[in-house]
Design a protein around this ligand. Structure first.
Ligand code: FE2
Length: 524
């Protein structure tokens, strides 16, 4: 008898309510317009159907999303027939899956690449759970997840890690191997989960198709990344909160504007393909189910009275990069008040949320560097990155002015995108070192993606010209581990010795703290 003994659970009178809960999941799918009459109860697979592992995410105090995708042939469309398949799930209070607290059934459909997103309700806050799927006679690996603390609970400490930018072709994921062993409650991913490029030679591993465009392409690319066992281990160990950057669709796209010469219609279709495959492969709630080329990704999470995470989407609603993108002096477009990273609606949502937040630490988890950085070392000349907030000066000024005026408690900005480690004091006026520091920004490096070695020296040379920048390191790959208490935030920059070995070692390259009530970071 396997540990996944649904039959026993479902037949027991005392578990009738749990069965009904599972039935509710079915009803939800039927409402979503997918037929579930023709369901294969005992499917046959050409390979192990859980080849992409399991994941969980978007933790609430009483609920978490459980994810998997049936893919016996992951790199070639998944290998499933075009039939609906019944998938059972269970969640337990112990790692041996003996104290089962909820079970249910859901339907994996070909329309969503046989992905499964179970929004388990009725859980206890601030608690570890273990979960597992079963399809036919096949059992998934057991994953571990954790609910958020209750919203009003006084929380003494909270630990999480954030990661981003994991170009498959640039190296292996020893960082995830170590992240899976960390003592954290949550992983936040800031984007560039996949890269869209075709194969490049010379690296330790290659993409398996030309640049991705179709839905099938994006699915196969997500599946390729998800076959990495270190990545699977990190997903199976913690709930993740994910958001995207540009490469989930295409390098430096903005809203409906592609990087290269594609028609708007072609790009709209491509974005819809990319967004759908993203949903299919991430532990997202049904509220993020894509609607054509749109997907609701910005959202908020609360961890007791200690931390609130505002998770931003700075690609979907963005206006085009000003001044024709790139690294250059600013043209007037970069100062345009209508230029936006977030779109107006998301900006208002962010400011309202910050204004009302009772949390000690108010996190803005987003993509591109928010602090100003003048890449030209000469005091007389300025060069800015137009894809960062430096190209959206008025929008940034609105946010930083708001932080200065409304004073939400301890704003902390988390950033990815630039494949290098940074710490910045966020200044109300970056051109004036005496102006108030209104927040702190931690920029994580990448899991693997490249920061060209020849850029390191010029960036470093410009540091004296950017006195609000407390730290820069371009040489190392890894992630950032954060430990929050009521009095202090600590960020540890965790870096691996190499990405050419999936088992490389890890160390802490630098640690910075922010004291409660004192924006700006100090090295420890
Ligand atoms: Fe990246």
């Amino acid at each position: 008898m396997d540990r996944f003994d649904f039959e026993r659970l479902l037949s027991s009178q005392s578990n009738r309510r749990r069965f009904l809960l599972g039935a509710g999941t079915l009803t939800g799918l039927a409402i979503a317009g997918q037929s579930w009459q023709k369901v294969v109860a005992l499917p046959k697979f050409s390979g192990y159907p859980f080849s992409l592992g399991v994941a969980s995410g978007d933790p609430l105090p009483n609920s978490v999303v459980l994810w998997t995708r049936l893919a016996p042939n992951p790199l070639n469309g998944g290998g499933m027939t075009r039939q609906n398949v019944r998938v059972r799930w269970q969640i337990a209070a112990d790692e041996n899956m003996r104290q089962v607290v909820r079970v249910g059934t859901t339907i994996a459909t070909p329309e969503l690449a046989h992905s499964v997103h179970v929004d388990v309700r009725g859980l206890q806050p601030d608690k570890w759970y273990w979960y597992q799927f079963k399809v036919g006679n096949e059992l998934s690996p057991i994953g571990r997840t954790r609910t958020a603390p209750a919203r009003r609970d006084r929380i003494a400490s909270f630990r999480f890690a954030f990661a981003n930018c994991q170009d498959w072709q640039n190296g292996y994921y020893p960082a995830y191997r170590h992240l899976a062993e960390e003592d954290v409650d949550l992983v936040v991913h800031l984007g560039d989960y996949i890269y869209e490029y075709g194969p490049q030679t010379g690296g330790p591993r290659q993409h398996n198709s030309p640049e991705i465009v179709t839905l099938a392409d994006y699915r196969n690319r997500h599946a390729l990344y998800k076959t990495d066992l270190n990545l699977q281990a990190a997903h199976a160990a913690f709930p993740w909160i994910v958001t995207w950057d540009d490469h989930e669709v295409e390098n430096n796209y903005a809203g409906l504007i592609p990087e290269d010469n594609q028609s708007q219609q072609e790009f709209l279709r491509r974005r819809a393909n990319a967004y759908q495959a993203y949903y299919e492969h991430m532990p997202l709630r049904r509220s993020s189910l894509p609607q054509g080329p749109n997907l609701q990704l910005y959202r908020r999470f609360t961890f007791g009275d200690l931390a609130q995470f505002n998770v931003l989407d700075t690609r979907q609603y963005r206006t085009d990069q000003p001044c024709n993108d790139g690294l250059k002096p600013r043209c007037t477009e970069a100062l345009d008040p209508a230029a936006t990273m977030t779109g107006t609606e998301q900006e208002q949502w962010l400011l309202r949320g910050l204004d009302k937040s009772p949390a000690r630490w108010n996190v803005i988890a987003q993509q591109t560097m928010m602090a100003e950085y003048d890449f030209d070392a000469r005091p007389s000349a300025e060069v800015f990155n137009m894809d960062q907030w430096d190209g959206y000066v008025a929008a940034r000024a609105r946010l930083l002015t708001f932080l200065n005026q409304r004073r939400p408690s301890n704003p902390i900005v988390l950033t990815g995108d630039i494949h290098s480690s940074w710490v910045h004091d966020l200044k109300l006026d970056f051109s004036n070192p005496a102006s108030p520091t209104v927040g702190t920004e931690f920029v994580g490096t990448s899991i693997t993606s490249d920061f060209p070695a020849q850029f390191i020296a010029p960036v470093r040379a410009a540091l004296p010209d950017n006195p609000h920048t407390k730290f820069f390191d371009g040489a190392f790959r890894g992630y950032v581990r954060c430990n929050l208490t009521r009095d202090r935030w600590q960020s540890d920059y965790r870096v691996v010795s190499t990405i050419l070995d999936p088992n490389a070692s890890i160390s802490t390259s630098a640690s910075f703290v922010v004291e409660n009530g004192q924006p700006g970071a100090q090295r420890v």
